[in-house]
Design a protein around this ligand. Structure first.
Ligand code: PHE
Length: 448
Protein backbone atom coordinates (compact mmCIF):
# COMPACT_ATOMS: atom_id res chain seq x y z
CA UNK A 1 0.00 0.00 0.00
CA UNK A 2 2.46 2.60 -1.07
CA UNK A 3 0.32 5.25 -2.68
CA UNK A 4 -2.86 4.51 -0.79
CA UNK A 5 -3.95 5.97 2.48
CA UNK A 6 -4.63 3.81 5.48
CA UNK A 7 -6.67 4.56 8.55
CA UNK A 8 -4.51 5.38 11.52
CA UNK A 9 -6.49 3.27 13.89
CA UNK A 10 -9.31 0.80 14.05
CA UNK A 11 -11.43 3.54 15.55
CA UNK A 12 -10.92 5.80 12.52
CA UNK A 13 -12.26 3.17 10.18
CA UNK A 14 -15.23 2.54 12.40
CA UNK A 15 -15.93 6.25 12.54
CA UNK A 16 -15.41 6.79 8.83
CA UNK A 17 -17.70 3.96 7.84
CA UNK A 18 -20.23 5.12 10.41
CA UNK A 19 -19.81 8.60 8.95
CA UNK A 20 -20.58 7.19 5.53
CA UNK A 21 -23.60 5.38 6.88
CA UNK A 22 -24.96 8.24 8.96
CA UNK A 23 -26.14 11.03 6.75
CA UNK A 24 -29.21 12.40 5.07
CA UNK A 25 -30.49 8.84 4.87
CA UNK A 26 -31.06 8.82 8.62
CA UNK A 27 -32.03 12.38 9.27
CA UNK A 28 -33.91 13.40 6.15
CA UNK A 29 -34.93 10.25 4.35
CA UNK A 30 -35.87 7.68 6.97
CA UNK A 31 -38.36 9.95 8.79
CA UNK A 32 -40.32 10.85 5.69
CA UNK A 33 -40.16 7.32 4.26
CA UNK A 34 -41.73 6.01 7.47
CA UNK A 35 -44.61 8.44 7.00
CA UNK A 36 -45.07 7.83 3.30
CA UNK A 37 -44.98 4.05 3.71
CA UNK A 38 -47.45 3.57 6.49
CA UNK A 39 -45.46 3.94 9.70
CA UNK A 40 -44.78 0.81 11.74
CA UNK A 41 -45.08 -1.65 8.84
CA UNK A 42 -42.16 0.07 7.18
CA UNK A 43 -40.16 0.29 10.42
CA UNK A 44 -40.64 -3.42 11.09
CA UNK A 45 -39.40 -4.52 7.67
CA UNK A 46 -36.61 -1.98 7.84
CA UNK A 47 -35.31 -3.37 11.14
CA UNK A 48 -35.62 -6.96 9.89
CA UNK A 49 -33.73 -6.00 6.74
CA UNK A 50 -30.91 -4.44 8.77
CA UNK A 51 -30.61 -7.54 10.94
CA UNK A 52 -30.97 -10.29 8.37
CA UNK A 53 -29.52 -8.67 5.28
CA UNK A 54 -27.77 -5.44 6.24
CA UNK A 55 -25.33 -6.64 8.87
CA UNK A 56 -24.18 -9.80 7.03
CA UNK A 57 -23.73 -7.89 3.78
CA UNK A 58 -21.89 -5.10 5.54
CA UNK A 59 -19.47 -7.75 6.74
CA UNK A 60 -19.25 -9.21 3.25
CA UNK A 61 -18.47 -5.89 1.66
CA UNK A 62 -15.83 -4.88 4.21
CA UNK A 63 -14.26 -8.30 3.82
CA UNK A 64 -14.14 -8.07 0.02
CA UNK A 65 -12.52 -4.64 0.17
CA UNK A 66 -9.97 -5.46 2.79
CA UNK A 67 -8.87 -8.72 1.21
CA UNK A 68 -7.48 -7.09 -1.92
CA UNK A 69 -7.17 -3.44 -0.92
CA UNK A 70 -8.37 -1.96 -4.17
CA UNK A 71 -11.16 0.16 -5.65
CA UNK A 72 -14.39 -1.77 -6.44
CA UNK A 73 -13.67 -2.65 -10.08
CA UNK A 74 -10.09 -3.74 -9.48
CA UNK A 75 -11.09 -5.37 -6.22
CA UNK A 76 -13.71 -7.55 -7.90
CA UNK A 77 -11.26 -8.34 -10.69
CA UNK A 78 -8.53 -9.46 -8.28
CA UNK A 79 -10.94 -11.36 -6.07
CA UNK A 80 -12.29 -13.21 -9.08
CA UNK A 81 -8.80 -13.98 -10.32
CA UNK A 82 -7.68 -15.21 -6.93
CA UNK A 83 -10.50 -17.73 -6.94
CA UNK A 84 -10.10 -18.48 -10.69
CA UNK A 85 -13.41 -16.92 -11.67
CA UNK A 86 -14.55 -14.84 -14.61
CA UNK A 87 -13.18 -11.38 -15.09
CA UNK A 88 -16.75 -10.18 -15.59
CA UNK A 89 -17.24 -9.84 -11.84
CA UNK A 90 -15.58 -6.47 -12.26
CA UNK A 91 -18.90 -5.14 -13.59
CA UNK A 92 -20.36 -5.47 -10.10
CA UNK A 93 -17.79 -2.91 -9.01
CA UNK A 94 -18.56 -0.77 -12.06
CA UNK A 95 -22.28 -0.80 -11.39
CA UNK A 96 -21.64 0.17 -7.79
CA UNK A 97 -19.55 3.15 -8.81
CA UNK A 98 -22.28 4.29 -11.18
CA UNK A 99 -24.85 3.93 -8.41
CA UNK A 100 -22.79 6.15 -6.10
CA UNK A 101 -22.47 8.84 -8.73
CA UNK A 102 -26.20 8.71 -9.46
CA UNK A 103 -27.06 8.99 -5.77
CA UNK A 104 -24.82 12.00 -5.33
CA UNK A 105 -26.67 13.82 -8.13
CA UNK A 106 -29.71 14.16 -5.87
CA UNK A 107 -27.95 13.87 -2.52
CA UNK A 108 -26.11 17.07 -3.22
CA UNK A 109 -29.34 18.96 -3.92
CA UNK A 110 -30.76 17.87 -0.57
CA UNK A 111 -27.40 18.68 1.07
CA UNK A 112 -27.94 22.13 -0.42
CA UNK A 113 -31.32 22.42 1.34
CA UNK A 114 -29.52 21.75 4.62
CA UNK A 115 -26.93 24.45 3.90
CA UNK A 116 -29.66 26.93 3.10
CA UNK A 117 -31.31 26.13 6.44
CA UNK A 118 -28.04 26.90 8.23
CA UNK A 119 -28.07 30.27 6.56
CA UNK A 120 -31.71 30.92 7.53
CA UNK A 121 -31.06 29.79 11.09
CA UNK A 122 -28.10 32.17 11.39
CA UNK A 123 -29.71 35.15 9.70
CA UNK A 124 -33.31 35.01 10.85
CA UNK A 125 -33.65 32.21 13.34
CA UNK A 126 -36.91 30.35 13.72
CA UNK A 127 -38.34 32.11 16.77
CA UNK A 128 -42.12 31.88 16.98
CA UNK A 129 -42.50 30.28 13.56
CA UNK A 130 -45.88 28.62 12.97
CA UNK A 131 -46.51 25.40 11.08
CA UNK A 132 -47.96 27.35 8.13
CA UNK A 133 -45.02 29.72 7.97
CA UNK A 134 -42.57 26.86 8.13
CA UNK A 135 -44.27 25.05 5.24
CA UNK A 136 -44.44 28.28 3.27
CA UNK A 137 -40.70 28.90 3.81
CA UNK A 138 -39.85 25.47 2.55
CA UNK A 139 -42.16 25.94 -0.43
CA UNK A 140 -40.40 29.22 -1.24
CA UNK A 141 -37.02 27.51 -1.18
CA UNK A 142 -38.18 24.77 -3.57
CA UNK A 143 -39.72 27.33 -5.89
CA UNK A 144 -36.47 29.20 -6.35
CA UNK A 145 -34.10 27.44 -8.76
CA UNK A 146 -31.37 30.05 -8.30
CA UNK A 147 -31.26 29.67 -4.54
CA UNK A 148 -31.22 25.89 -4.90
CA UNK A 149 -28.48 26.19 -7.48
CA UNK A 150 -26.33 28.27 -5.17
CA UNK A 151 -26.53 25.78 -2.30
CA UNK A 152 -26.20 22.70 -4.48
CA UNK A 153 -23.05 24.22 -5.98
CA UNK A 154 -21.63 24.99 -2.55
CA UNK A 155 -22.34 21.48 -1.35
CA UNK A 156 -20.55 19.99 -4.37
CA UNK A 157 -17.55 22.28 -3.89
CA UNK A 158 -17.20 21.26 -0.25
CA UNK A 159 -17.57 17.54 -1.03
CA UNK A 160 -15.16 17.45 -3.95
CA UNK A 161 -12.77 19.74 -2.07
CA UNK A 162 -12.42 17.19 0.71
CA UNK A 163 -12.20 14.23 -1.67
CA UNK A 164 -9.47 15.96 -3.69
CA UNK A 165 -7.26 16.10 -0.58
CA UNK A 166 -7.47 12.36 -0.06
CA UNK A 167 -10.05 10.77 2.08
CA UNK A 168 -8.24 9.31 5.03
CA UNK A 169 -6.57 12.40 6.44
CA UNK A 170 -9.52 14.77 6.16
CA UNK A 171 -12.17 12.36 7.28
CA UNK A 172 -10.47 11.02 10.35
CA UNK A 173 -10.47 14.40 12.00
CA UNK A 174 -13.99 15.38 11.02
CA UNK A 175 -15.60 12.14 12.15
CA UNK A 176 -13.97 12.05 15.53
CA UNK A 177 -16.19 14.80 16.82
CA UNK A 178 -19.07 14.69 14.38
CA UNK A 179 -20.80 11.48 15.34
CA UNK A 180 -20.74 11.98 19.11
CA UNK A 181 -21.92 15.57 18.58
CA UNK A 182 -24.79 14.40 16.40
CA UNK A 183 -25.96 11.98 19.03
CA UNK A 184 -25.79 14.65 21.73
CA UNK A 185 -27.86 17.17 19.81
CA UNK A 186 -30.30 14.50 18.90
CA UNK A 187 -30.86 13.62 22.54
CA UNK A 188 -31.51 17.29 23.28
CA UNK A 189 -34.04 17.41 20.46
CA UNK A 190 -35.61 14.19 21.61
CA UNK A 191 -35.89 15.53 25.17
CA UNK A 192 -37.64 18.60 23.85
CA UNK A 193 -39.96 16.58 21.63
CA UNK A 194 -40.79 14.40 24.57
CA UNK A 195 -41.75 17.35 26.72
CA UNK A 196 -43.91 19.23 24.22
CA UNK A 197 -44.67 16.73 21.46
CA UNK A 198 -46.97 13.77 21.29
CA UNK A 199 -44.45 11.04 22.00
CA UNK A 200 -47.01 8.34 22.68
CA UNK A 201 -48.66 8.70 19.28
CA UNK A 202 -45.26 8.94 17.65
CA UNK A 203 -44.16 5.73 19.34
CA UNK A 204 -47.33 3.89 18.36
CA UNK A 205 -47.08 5.17 14.82
CA UNK A 206 -43.56 3.81 14.48
CA UNK A 207 -43.60 0.68 16.55
CA UNK A 208 -47.13 -0.69 17.01
CA UNK A 209 -47.18 -3.35 14.32
CA UNK A 210 -49.85 -2.91 11.68
CA UNK A 211 -49.49 -5.80 9.28
CA UNK A 212 -52.34 -4.60 7.10
CA UNK A 213 -50.08 -1.86 5.78
CA UNK A 214 -47.42 -4.25 4.46
CA UNK A 215 -47.35 -4.13 0.67
CA UNK A 216 -44.76 -4.97 -1.98
CA UNK A 217 -43.88 -1.29 -2.24
CA UNK A 218 -43.40 -0.98 1.52
CA UNK A 219 -41.19 -4.06 1.56
CA UNK A 220 -39.05 -2.86 -1.31
CA UNK A 221 -38.78 0.64 0.09
CA UNK A 222 -37.74 -0.67 3.52
CA UNK A 223 -35.21 -3.14 2.14
CA UNK A 224 -33.80 -0.53 -0.20
CA UNK A 225 -33.50 1.93 2.62
CA UNK A 226 -31.56 -0.56 4.71
CA UNK A 227 -28.98 -0.64 1.90
CA UNK A 228 -29.04 3.11 1.46
CA UNK A 229 -28.71 3.81 5.14
CA UNK A 230 -25.82 1.40 5.71
CA UNK A 231 -24.13 2.58 2.50
CA UNK A 232 -23.90 -0.98 1.21
CA UNK A 233 -24.30 -2.51 -2.23
CA UNK A 234 -22.25 0.02 -4.17
CA UNK A 235 -18.65 -0.22 -3.08
CA UNK A 236 -18.27 2.65 -0.57
CA UNK A 237 -17.77 0.27 2.26
CA UNK A 238 -15.54 -1.87 0.04
CA UNK A 239 -13.25 1.07 -0.58
CA UNK A 240 -13.21 2.10 3.07
CA UNK A 241 -12.53 -1.51 3.97
CA UNK A 242 -9.65 -1.45 1.54
CA UNK A 243 -7.96 1.22 3.65
CA UNK A 244 -8.43 -0.93 6.73
CA UNK A 245 -5.60 -2.65 8.51
CA UNK A 246 -5.71 -6.37 8.95
CA UNK A 247 -6.07 -6.56 12.70
CA UNK A 248 -9.66 -5.36 12.94
CA UNK A 249 -12.65 -7.55 13.73
CA UNK A 250 -15.03 -7.16 10.82
CA UNK A 251 -18.01 -8.64 12.60
CA UNK A 252 -17.83 -6.47 15.70
CA UNK A 253 -17.26 -3.38 13.61
CA UNK A 254 -20.25 -4.15 11.38
CA UNK A 255 -22.56 -4.64 14.31
CA UNK A 256 -21.39 -1.43 15.90
CA UNK A 257 -21.96 0.53 12.68
CA UNK A 258 -25.39 -0.95 12.09
CA UNK A 259 -26.53 -0.20 15.64
CA UNK A 260 -25.31 3.41 15.57
CA UNK A 261 -26.85 4.00 12.15
CA UNK A 262 -30.22 2.44 12.88
CA UNK A 263 -30.56 3.94 16.32
CA UNK A 264 -29.84 7.42 15.07
CA UNK A 265 -32.41 7.15 12.29
CA UNK A 266 -35.14 5.78 14.55
CA UNK A 267 -34.51 8.41 17.22
CA UNK A 268 -34.80 11.19 14.66
CA UNK A 269 -38.04 9.59 13.50
CA UNK A 270 -39.46 9.51 17.04
CA UNK A 271 -38.55 13.14 17.66
CA UNK A 272 -40.01 14.28 14.36
CA UNK A 273 -43.32 12.40 14.61
CA UNK A 274 -43.90 13.61 18.16
CA UNK A 275 -43.77 17.12 16.69
CA UNK A 276 -45.78 16.18 13.61
CA UNK A 277 -48.67 14.82 15.66
CA UNK A 278 -48.58 17.60 18.24
CA UNK A 279 -48.76 20.22 15.48
CA UNK A 280 -51.37 18.38 13.40
CA UNK A 281 -49.03 18.08 10.42
CA UNK A 282 -49.28 15.45 7.75
CA UNK A 283 -47.01 12.42 8.43
CA UNK A 284 -46.92 11.57 4.75
CA UNK A 285 -45.62 14.98 3.78
CA UNK A 286 -42.68 13.51 1.82
CA UNK A 287 -39.14 14.87 1.32
CA UNK A 288 -39.88 18.22 2.98
CA UNK A 289 -40.87 16.66 6.32
CA UNK A 290 -37.90 17.56 8.52
CA UNK A 291 -37.50 20.97 6.93
CA UNK A 292 -41.07 21.81 7.81
CA UNK A 293 -41.28 20.34 11.29
CA UNK A 294 -37.91 21.02 12.90
CA UNK A 295 -37.97 24.81 12.54
CA UNK A 296 -41.21 24.82 14.56
CA UNK A 297 -39.45 22.99 17.37
CA UNK A 298 -36.38 25.19 17.24
CA UNK A 299 -38.63 28.24 17.12
CA UNK A 300 -40.24 27.32 20.43
CA UNK A 301 -37.58 25.67 22.54
CA UNK A 302 -35.26 27.53 24.89
CA UNK A 303 -31.96 28.30 23.17
CA UNK A 304 -33.77 27.22 20.00
CA UNK A 305 -31.82 29.41 17.62
CA UNK A 306 -28.53 28.14 18.93
CA UNK A 307 -29.63 24.51 18.72
CA UNK A 308 -31.14 25.10 15.30
CA UNK A 309 -27.89 26.42 13.90
CA UNK A 310 -25.91 23.64 15.52
CA UNK A 311 -28.32 20.98 14.33
CA UNK A 312 -28.26 21.98 10.68
CA UNK A 313 -24.46 22.40 10.75
CA UNK A 314 -24.09 18.88 12.11
CA UNK A 315 -26.49 17.49 9.52
CA UNK A 316 -24.50 19.24 6.80
CA UNK A 317 -21.32 17.63 8.10
CA UNK A 318 -22.99 14.24 8.28
CA UNK A 319 -24.26 14.68 4.74
CA UNK A 320 -20.83 15.60 3.46
CA UNK A 321 -19.09 12.60 5.05
CA UNK A 322 -21.64 10.40 3.27
CA UNK A 323 -21.33 12.31 0.01
CA UNK A 324 -17.58 11.81 0.09
CA UNK A 325 -18.04 8.07 0.34
CA UNK A 326 -20.38 8.12 -2.65
CA UNK A 327 -17.67 9.34 -5.01
CA UNK A 328 -14.55 7.95 -3.41
CA UNK A 329 -14.88 4.56 -5.18
CA UNK A 330 -14.94 6.21 -8.60
CA UNK A 331 -12.17 8.66 -7.76
CA UNK A 332 -10.01 5.83 -6.39
CA UNK A 333 -10.59 3.89 -9.60
CA UNK A 334 -9.69 6.84 -11.86
CA UNK A 335 -6.55 7.67 -9.89
CA UNK A 336 -5.38 4.06 -9.77
CA UNK A 337 -6.08 3.29 -13.44
CA UNK A 338 -5.41 6.42 -15.46
CA UNK A 339 -2.85 9.16 -15.56
CA UNK A 340 -5.42 11.62 -14.29
CA UNK A 341 -4.49 12.97 -10.88
CA UNK A 342 -6.83 13.10 -7.90
CA UNK A 343 -7.54 16.78 -8.22
CA UNK A 344 -8.40 16.71 -11.90
CA UNK A 345 -10.50 13.62 -11.40
CA UNK A 346 -12.45 15.39 -8.66
CA UNK A 347 -12.97 18.44 -10.81
CA UNK A 348 -14.22 16.44 -13.80
CA UNK A 349 -16.49 14.09 -11.90
CA UNK A 350 -17.68 16.91 -9.66
CA UNK A 351 -18.72 18.97 -12.68
CA UNK A 352 -20.55 16.03 -14.19
CA UNK A 353 -22.50 15.33 -10.99
CA UNK A 354 -23.20 19.03 -10.51
CA UNK A 355 -24.65 19.20 -14.01
CA UNK A 356 -26.99 16.25 -13.56
CA UNK A 357 -27.86 17.71 -10.15
CA UNK A 358 -29.21 20.75 -11.98
CA UNK A 359 -31.93 18.63 -13.54
CA UNK A 360 -32.78 17.29 -10.11
CA UNK A 361 -33.18 20.71 -8.58
CA UNK A 362 -35.28 21.84 -11.52
CA UNK A 363 -37.52 18.84 -10.96
CA UNK A 364 -38.74 20.54 -7.76
CA UNK A 365 -39.97 23.58 -9.69
CA UNK A 366 -39.88 24.35 -13.43
CA UNK A 367 -39.51 20.71 -14.47
CA UNK A 368 -42.03 19.49 -11.94
CA UNK A 369 -44.10 17.90 -14.67
CA UNK A 370 -41.27 16.15 -16.46
CA UNK A 371 -41.76 12.40 -15.96
CA UNK A 372 -39.15 9.77 -16.77
CA UNK A 373 -40.07 6.19 -15.91
CA UNK A 374 -43.28 4.86 -14.36
CA UNK A 375 -44.59 8.41 -14.20
CA UNK A 376 -41.83 9.41 -11.77
CA UNK A 377 -40.15 12.82 -11.86
CA UNK A 378 -36.39 13.28 -12.18
CA UNK A 379 -35.63 13.24 -8.44
CA UNK A 380 -37.90 10.27 -7.78
CA UNK A 381 -36.51 8.32 -10.70
CA UNK A 382 -32.91 8.68 -9.54
CA UNK A 383 -33.84 8.00 -5.93
CA UNK A 384 -36.01 4.93 -6.56
CA UNK A 385 -33.78 3.44 -9.21
CA UNK A 386 -30.68 3.62 -7.02
CA UNK A 387 -32.08 2.85 -3.56
CA UNK A 388 -34.62 0.22 -4.38
CA UNK A 389 -33.10 -1.52 -7.39
CA UNK A 390 -29.39 -0.87 -7.88
CA UNK A 391 -28.19 -1.06 -4.27
CA UNK A 392 -30.04 -4.30 -3.39
CA UNK A 393 -29.00 -5.80 -6.72
CA UNK A 394 -25.37 -4.82 -6.14
CA UNK A 395 -25.54 -6.30 -2.66
CA UNK A 396 -27.08 -9.49 -4.00
CA UNK A 397 -24.24 -9.95 -6.50
CA UNK A 398 -21.59 -9.30 -3.86
CA UNK A 399 -23.25 -11.83 -1.55
CA UNK A 400 -23.40 -14.43 -4.33
CA UNK A 401 -19.79 -13.83 -5.19
CA UNK A 402 -18.58 -14.05 -1.60
CA UNK A 403 -20.74 -17.07 -0.85
CA UNK A 404 -20.50 -19.18 -3.97
CA UNK A 405 -17.57 -18.02 -6.08
CA UNK A 406 -14.94 -16.94 -3.62
CA UNK A 407 -12.85 -19.72 -2.09
CA UNK A 408 -14.21 -20.57 1.33
CA UNK A 409 -10.74 -20.52 2.78
CA UNK A 410 -10.35 -16.88 1.74
CA UNK A 411 -13.52 -15.62 3.37
CA UNK A 412 -12.73 -17.66 6.46
CA UNK A 413 -9.31 -16.20 6.61
CA UNK A 414 -10.46 -12.63 6.23
CA UNK A 415 -13.48 -12.72 8.53
CA UNK A 416 -11.54 -14.51 11.23
CA UNK A 417 -14.59 -15.76 13.14
CA UNK A 418 -15.23 -18.76 15.34
CA UNK A 419 -16.62 -21.75 13.45
CA UNK A 420 -20.09 -21.09 14.78
CA UNK A 421 -20.25 -17.41 13.88
CA UNK A 422 -18.65 -18.07 10.51
CA UNK A 423 -21.42 -20.52 9.69
CA UNK A 424 -23.98 -18.02 10.86
CA UNK A 425 -22.55 -15.40 8.51
CA UNK A 426 -22.45 -17.93 5.70
CA UNK A 427 -26.06 -18.85 6.18
CA UNK A 428 -27.13 -15.21 6.20
CA UNK A 429 -24.93 -14.28 3.25
CA UNK A 430 -25.55 -17.34 1.09
CA UNK A 431 -29.16 -18.08 1.80
CA UNK A 432 -31.15 -15.56 3.82
CA UNK A 433 -29.97 -12.35 2.14
CA UNK A 434 -30.28 -13.61 -1.46
CA UNK A 435 -33.72 -15.09 -0.77
CA UNK A 436 -34.89 -11.92 0.95
CA UNK A 437 -33.68 -9.67 -1.86
CA UNK A 438 -35.01 -11.91 -4.64
CA UNK A 439 -38.38 -12.39 -2.99
CA UNK A 440 -38.85 -8.67 -2.55
CA UNK A 441 -38.00 -8.15 -6.23
CA UNK A 442 -40.40 -10.92 -7.28
CA UNK A 443 -43.06 -9.70 -4.87
CA UNK A 444 -42.84 -6.34 -6.56
CA UNK A 445 -43.22 -7.86 -9.99
CA UNK A 446 -46.28 -9.60 -8.66
CA UNK A 447 -44.75 -13.00 -9.20
CA UNK A 448 -45.00 -14.26 -5.62
N1 PHE B 1 -25.76 6.03 3.96
C1 PHE B 1 -25.79 7.38 3.50
C2 PHE B 1 -26.90 8.10 4.25
O1 PHE B 1 -27.62 7.49 4.99
C3 PHE B 1 -25.97 7.49 2.02
C4 PHE B 1 -25.08 6.60 1.22
C5 PHE B 1 -25.63 5.58 0.45
C6 PHE B 1 -23.69 6.76 1.27
C7 PHE B 1 -24.82 4.72 -0.26
C8 PHE B 1 -22.87 5.90 0.55
C9 PHE B 1 -23.45 4.88 -0.19
O2 PHE B 1 -27.07 9.28 4.12
Amino acid sequence: MTHRGAWNSRWSFVLATTGSAIGLGNIWKLPYMIGVNGGSAFVLIYILSILCVGIPLLMTEIMLGRRVQKNPIDAMKSLAKESSRSNNWKYVGGMGMLTGVMILCFYSVIGGWVLSYISTAVQEGFTGITAEQSSANFGDLLASPLTLLFWHTLFMIITMGVVSRGVTSGLEKANNFLIPALFIILFILLGYSMSVGDMQTSFDFMFKPDFSKISPITALAALGHAFFSLSIGMGSVMVYGSYLKKDVSISRTSIYIAIADTLLGLLVGLAIYALVFANHLDPSEGPGLIFQTLPIAFGQMPWGNFFGILFFILVAFAASTSAISLVEPTIAWIVENTRIGRQKACLGLGLFIWLIGLSVLLSFNVWQDVKLIFGLGIFDTLDKLTSTIMLPFGGLLMAIFAGYFMKKRHSKDELDLTAKTYNLWRMANNIIAPIAICSVFLYLLNIV
